[in-house]
Design a protein around this ligand. Structure first.
Ligand code: OOG
Ligand code: MG
Length: 255
């Protein structure tokens, strides 16, 4: 069995060099807890290279996403400043293995949140909400993975774009969501697709990070998880997500 440290180097190198790797679970008997340990170790490598933690991403919080990738557990990963793409910005296709984009809702934390909390407590800890897009890029060949694989691979996180922040007093439990590519509607859904209410994703985030002794810190961004299936990206594409009442967020893949 390869050590957790060695597995962390494998997933970190794959992400850094944008090269596909075989699923770890094909050759390693790795538990989900060990996979989170690999994620922690690989993030420590990023930190050593100067990246800073800016938040958390939740994954597989909607049925559509679970079905698309064939894994039916909620997962989480870490976001760093290097993954941030400016609203309206341009990304290079060569930075990724096989990138996809999905519309999300982002929370900005006002207060520290960790452990078992109620939805009311979670909402009270939120400063603002925004429409967002996540660029996911599984490092595994053919975008195929089992639960421990995707957890070790930092839940496929590779980029995120956040739109304008809005006060959290806008009801966001059932807002229409549209994902467009080059002006064509590709996906339509509601924010209710996120566990019935996006706040449930924040509640889950607080609980899941507490298991490894962490918290959602003030100023942190929490991505609530893909609201629709993710769309594959190709050079030249313009991607836009709109959430009713919260507005639009967009980016372009360099031609
Ligand atoms: C796993 C990451 C899932 C989401 O929002 O559901 C995710 C994947 O689909 O590669 O980011
Ligand atoms: Mg996502």
């Amino acid at each position: 069995m390869t050590s957790l440290d060695e597995l962390a180097v494998i997933v970190d190198d794959a992400a850094r060099n944008a090269t596909a790797i075989p699923q770890l679970s094909l050759t390693q008997a790795i538990t989900v807890d060990e996979a989170y340990a690999v994620q922690t170790l690989s993030m420590a490598r990023r930190r050593a290279r100067g990246e800073h933690r800016v938040g958390v991403k939740m994954g597989l919080t909607s049925r559509t996403k679970m079905i698309q990738v064939g894994v039916d557990e909620v997962i989480w990963g870490r976001l760093t400043d290097a993954m941030r793409v400016d609203e309206g910005g341009i990304v290079k296709r060569s930075r990724y293995v096989h990138p996809r984009a999905e519309p999300e809702l982002a929370f900005l934390m006002k207060h520290r949140l960790s452990g078992k909390v109620t939805p009311v407590e979670a909402l009270a800890a939120v400063e603002a909400i925004a429409p967002a897009i996540e660029i996911i890029d599984s490092r595994y060949a053919d975008f195929k993975f089992a639960l421990p694989d995707v957890v070790a691979d930092n839940a496929s996180s590779s980029g995120f774009v956040v739109g304008e922040w809005h006060a959290r007093d806008i009801a966001f439990d059932n807002l229409g969501v549209v994902l467009e590519i080059d002006g064509r509607v590709k996906q339509v859904a509601s924010t209710a697709a996120i566990l019935g209410h996006p706040l449930r994703s924040l509640v889950a985030a607080a609980e899941m990070v507490s298991r490894v002794g962490e918290a959602l810190e003030p100023g942190a961004i929490v991505m609530a998880g893909g609201i629709t299936a993710a769309e594959p990206l190709a050079p030249g594409m313009h991607v836009r997500a709109s959430i009713e009442r919260l507005g639009r967020v967009n980016f372009t893949v360099e031609a």
